[in-house]
Design a binder for this molecule. Structure first.
Ligand code: ADE
Length: 250
């Protein structure tokens, strides 16, 4: 998969592509990441990329032409069709399902804004999809692009070492993840739940599932409403006695 990023700070993108799971994906040649700076396509001594908004108001708006030329240069760098995504708080919220759909693409082109935003005509003409990573405002789209790259890259085949772990993550099944423990089994901060050391795979799976359900009920009831539960699971959730659980805030 190839991901191009149009940004006034392409070094940021290069940096994040060097670490952790994304870094490993790049090293293995599974994901290629390229940055494009609209300033390289701006004109004049000052290489202007923004101007004041029509209608007045604070802040600046990014000009059409430097962004358009950067997008076109990025598209032309590879013959495969590409999906163009503008990161903005006005976008549709990013979900695990959306990340999975994007991971099936062979190319993505991420457009990062700065200042008050981008001239809407550029968005209308060049963007396939507008994505938000949450209901808060960042100073630019770069952190959001990094989030999209991470969420997508880890779903590409061969990126995660344990093929299972993406499925077991929070949201892989529409629920929050269960708690995890490692050695030592006894510690001043508490003991590891006995069932996890029992060696009974069925009991362990059932415990994890109930923990996921309980956490989701407490922290994200909106997700639980969309999940499909068995009658037993509904009953267990209705009776908190079934959850001797260390859930903060529960
Ligand atoms: N740019 C600024 N804020 C953003 C957000 N919440 N999501 C995506 N892009 C953004």
């Amino acid at each position: 998969m190839r991901i191009d990023v149009v940004s006034l700070f392409p070094e940021f993108v290069a940096q994040m592509a060097g670490f952790g799971v994304v870094g490993r994906a790049v090293e293995r040649g599974l994901v290629d990441i390229h940055g494009w700076n609209p300033r390289d396509h701006a004109e004049g001594t000052y290489r202007r990329v923004d101007d004041r908004p029509f209608g007045g108001g604070p802040g600046m708006v990014m000009l059409i032409d430097p962004l358009r030329d950067a997008l076109h240069a990025a598209r032309a760098a590879d013959p495969r069709p590409v999906r163009t995504i503008y990161l903005s708080p006005q976008g549709v919220p990013l979900t695990q399902a959306r990340a999975a759909a994007l991971a099936a693409e062979e190319r993505l082109l991420l457009l990062c804004g700065r200042y008050e935003g981008i001239d809407e005509r550029l968005v209308a003409a060049e963007v396939d999809e507008e994505l938000s990573i949450g209901d808060y405002v960042l100073s630019g789209g770069e952190l959001a692009a990094a989030v999209v790259i991470d969420a997508v890259a880890r779903l590409r085949p061969g990126v995660l070492n344990d093929g299972e772990s993406a499925l077991q993550d929070s949201f892989g099944d529409g629920l929050l993840d269960c708690p995890h423990y490692t050695r030592p089994p006894r510690h001043a901060l508490g003991d590891v739940p006995e069932v996890l050391m029992s060696g009974h795979h069925g009991d362990i799976a059932a415990w994890r599932r109930l923990q996921s359900l309980a956490r989701t009920q407490v922290r994200r009831p909106d997700l639980l409403a969309a999940a499909s539960l068995t009658d037993d699971e509904h009953r267990a959730l209705a009776d908190p006695g079934d959850f001797p659980s260390p859930i903060p805030g529960a």
